[in-house]
Design a binder for this molecule. Structure first.
Ligand code: GSH
Length: 107
């Protein structure tokens, strides 16, 4: 029997922008396959990767047939698609608990 292709694949490692995407996948508890190619190694310039991202930049996320580039777009997509009520973009504590920098509640 052929191995099942994982739904989520994240390309890229070792840069702040790739870390954003790894972090979001971990926060959401999602299983994903890592393709840890690095910057300035030539690994972003292979024919296989260039077909995914003609700009030859990491990170790149694949979700089934969907391919996404740009770290901000990737984390927004993950939050919107898999975040449910835990989505990072809408943390409920920001709206329910007013506070000041001294830690005291404000009215
Ligand atoms: N705005 C993009 C920037 C992506 C980017 O510039 N990635 C760099 C590394 S930080 C890259 O892949 N460079 C190609 C290379 O060095 O081979 C994002 O946030 O995803």
């Amino acid at each position: 029997m052929a191995a099942r292709k994982p739904r989520l694949i994240l390309w890229g490692a070792s840069t702040p922008r790739t870390l954003r995407a790894h972090w979001m996948l971990h926060e959401l508890g999602l299983d994903y396959e890592k393709r840890p190619i690095g910057p300035r190694t030539g690994e972003t310039q292979t024919p296989e990767f260039t077909q995914l991202n003609p700009r030859q930049k990491i990170p790149v996320l694949q979700d089934g047939e969907l391919t996404l580039v740009e770290s901000a777009a990737i984390i927004t997509y993950l939050a919107d698609t898999y975040g449910g009520l835990r989505a990072w973009c809408h943390p409920p504590f920001l709206w329910s608990a007013p506070f000041t920098t001294s830690g005291a509640s404000s009215s």
